[in-house]
Design a binder for this molecule. Sequence first.
Ligand code: FES
Length: 579
Amino acid sequence: MTTTKKTPETLRSARWFAPDDLRSSGHRSRVMQMGYAPEDWVGKPVIAILNTWSDLNACHAHFKQRVEDVKRGVFQAGGFPVELPALSLSESAVKPTTMLYRNLLAMDVEELIRSHPIDGVVLMGGCDKTTPALLMGATSAGLPCLFVPAGPMLRGNFNGKILGSGSDAWKYWDERRAGTITDQEWLGVEQGIARSHGTCMTMGTASTMTAIAESIGMTLPGASSIPAADANHIRMAAASGRRAVEMVWEDLTPAKIQTRAAFENGIAVAMAMGCSTNAIIHVIAMARRAGVDIGLDDFEKASRKVPVIANVRPSGETYLMEDFFYAGGLPALMTRLGDHLHLDCLTVSGQTLGADIAGAKVHNDDVIRTLDNPIYAEGALAVLTGNLAPTGCVIKPSACEPRFLKHSGPALVFDDYPSMKAAVEDESLDVTADHVLILRNAGPQGGPGMPEWGMLPIPKKLVKQGVRDMVRLSDARMSGTSYGACILHVSPESYIGGPLALVRNGDLITLDVAARSIRLEVSDEEMAARRAALTPPPPRYERGYGWMFNRHVTQADKGCDFDYLQTDFGAPVGEPSIY
Ligand code: FES
């Protein structure tokens, strides 16, 4: 039931359209230029639909149609929908990495909302960085808004076998390198792994972040699990349009929804889902935009308490997001989390989270497990610290071979991706399965943009011996669809002189996940001597956006937002002048 707090006169858009002056007359005549009559907009909330569609974003290919469904909902509820295109970050197409541009999309969103005659917002995204970027920008803008997730694509298929996004690409590529599948079979994998619109259907970054968006209260209940190609997705889009109009009248802003407790719900759900490691960086950045100080400690605490109960690849062995939806989806999973959730949190539905998920049921106990029958007893992620990562690094224990959770091995170091890529294909490389492969200069500034390079390829020589996992260490990120004993996000990064820059080939690295520690077994004196001999690397950019990026991006443990975009950087930005 809508509780009216706003009146037509107090709508934000009325500042543009209502005054009897020359400037507002111009605004009205330009709307009429598009064929609208005053009956279309007077006294109605203007709902911006921020659409991250592009011809190069396959995950959002359906957004051209879906935006019409959102508009239908807005009209039904008595609003005036306007579509605004926003930067489309296609995870597969944008180089060097979409992470370089997450903050640019967030700025795009914030300023689009602020500068236009808008009362409420529907955010259309889903492909990896689009979800945090849209929410970060909209949170800073502060208007009532909700998120429409793109939805996962259908299961992949190849020769009668089910394929999972990313995960099976890595797996079958190694089989091709080992010579166990033919080029023709590889072509079959390429053709079958992405066979509908929608986002990656493993528990990669897309599914992780849309689930987090729902659990912090920013989507309609159940929205994040609906496959993109399902008719339910169309109905959800229209319902989101209707709800956006109501949210304007209720003045239900993100500040009323995105509390600390809401973000704790997001972290608990992330752990239960066997989330992508990228969740850490994005949730820290999103929370800080909401004025909530979430840090690595919050993930570490949740990781110790919340088991992985979503049996979805890559943490699980069999199922994909389509199976998760049929099993009841995220509302059903949340009914199993009991005391791990704050059920009194408000959501965009206008109800509490508890009311949103009441009545949800699990239809397949193997896909959505119970807390006492998890697929992994502790949470999906572990935060490690030590002399190699003073402000932390991350591993996904649920997706690596258990023998690597305690490991010591000699370092094999690469300073850049091209030399690493060439070396791992060289079958004379001096490497064993016990080595720790290291890639540096791949962090926020060094990458630049912290690319998803952290799942370093297993050297070909070892692949041919049957090795499929080994310890890998970097200041990069990795795709949420990746797996293996990959230690990521080492902070501070090597490019700015973090301790990873001091490692030399043959140094012993010791990893103990139970103790949450990672060490370079080199004396403090030797490390100090190596530091004194370091020469700073050349600048990555000397002009343009990259120049600004490298001056203002924060380290991984702080969320990689720009310092000046964080909420505590300065006074809030006011409404634009209209003269
Ligand atoms: Fe778009 Fe994976 S490439 S979600």
